[in-house]
Ligand binder design. Structure first.
Ligand SMILES: NC(=O)c1ccc[n+]([C@@H]2O[C@H](COP(=O)([O-])OP(=O)(O)OC[C@H]3O[C@@H](n4cnc5c(N)ncnc54)[C@H](OP(=O)(O)O)[C@@H]3O)[C@@H](O)[C@H]2O)c1
Length: 287
């Protein structure tokens, strides 16, 4: 039998709970702590040790995972426990801004702790399954050292480099894509409803639109990286015209069009700059 690394998990919201469960399932002796200790009950039944304080939880393991609401909460929990962190590794899987990750890495170094930042890009039900997607950044040697334990979380883990803010930077860009797409989806269904189109009627066609995105993403990324802004496939002027129809229809139907107006304003900036014949890659320069 191999000995599994002892792990501490701070934070037992839905995600922290799933992480602790994955470590337990994979045979890691696991200590947990949460502001609301009652959330540990099921984990304790499965063999986790519930620490009385965050400092006790940190002291219990060389590898400490924190996954709470945001970086402010990370510091609220760990600032008072900082002495216990000395000589240990903190892996912060809390979502946040890249700058907050860099500052937390510097704070950890100041207090003699090793620090790896991470981002979880998939929902809780993917943890400990092949569908989990995790991103990490920080010292490469640290990632390699803790990889066998972190593998308990399942799925694909990608190490993105030594800048501790790089995982969070990827996460923020990906969440930008996701949530602005979701805002567009919510608006599309509201607009359809105003035109007496039910959710069930629009959904199959809406999924077809979603399926266009992967090739649009590949094409956009390649053009951006190559500095190619020509409108050989589609132009900014054409897209601005489509957006104008969306805004007009929404406003006729009494549906708020604030988000779509903001998008139209971006496209129009390029048109006003004489770039209406260029492709949408050009828009990056207007951001
Ligand atoms: N849920 C997902 O599917 C998912 C997916 C990807 C990434 N994430 C990220 O994972 C992180 C954790 O998410 P989550 O789903 O577990 O839920 P969450 O609501 O973002 O975080 C809940 C955790 O934060 C703690 N907390 C909040 N305010 C606190 C405070 N003032 N002092 C001490 N602890 C505090 C909660 O403690 P109490 O239990 O005591 O309230 C709980 O442990 C987030 O950064 C989230 O963006 C989540």
């Amino acid at each position: 039998m191999t000995t599994r690394t002892t792990v501490t998990v701070l934070g037992l919201g839905p995600m922290g709970h799933a992480l602790a469960e994955a470590f337990l399932t994979n045979g890691h002796p696991t200590t947990v702590w949460n502001r609301t200790p009652g959330k540990a009950a099921g984990l304790v039944t499965r063999g986790a040790r519930l620490a009385a304080t965050a400092a006790d939880a940190v002291a219990a393991s060389d590898l400490v995972i924190v996954c709470v609401q945001d970086y402010e909460v990370v510091h609220r929990i760990l600032d008072p426990a900082v002495d216990a962190l000395r000589g240990r590794t903190l892996v912060n899987l809390t979502a946040g801004a890249p700058d907050a990750a860099r500052k937390t890495a510097a704070w950890a170094a100041e207090h003699g702790a090793d620090y790896l930042d991470g981002a979880i890009m998939t929902p809780i039900e993917t943890i400990n399954t092949p569908d989990a997607v995790l991103l990490y950044s920080g010292p490469a040697e640290l990632y390699e050292r803790h990889r066998p334990a972190l593998d308990a979380l399942g799925g694909t883990a990608t190490f993105l480099g030594t800048d501790p803010g790089r995982a969070a930077a990827h996460e923020v860009a990906l969440l930008d894509l996701f949530w602005t797409s979701v805002a567009g989806m919510v608006h599309a269904f509201a607009l359809a409803r105003a035109e007496n189109i039910s959710g069930a009627e629009l959904a199959p066609l809406a999924k077809g639109i979603g399926q266009l995105l992967p090739s649009v993403i590949d094409d956009h990324a390649a053009r951006l990286d190559a500095g190619r802004f020509d409108g050989d496939l589609s132009t900014i002027a054409s897209a601005a015209s489509a957006l104008a129809h969306i805004v007009e229809t929404a406003e006729t139907d009494g549906v708020d069009a604030g988000v779509q107006r903001a998008a139209l304003a971006l496209f129009r900036r390029a048109v006003d700059a004489g770039q209406g014949g260029d492709g949408i890659a050009r828009l990056a320069q207007h951001l």
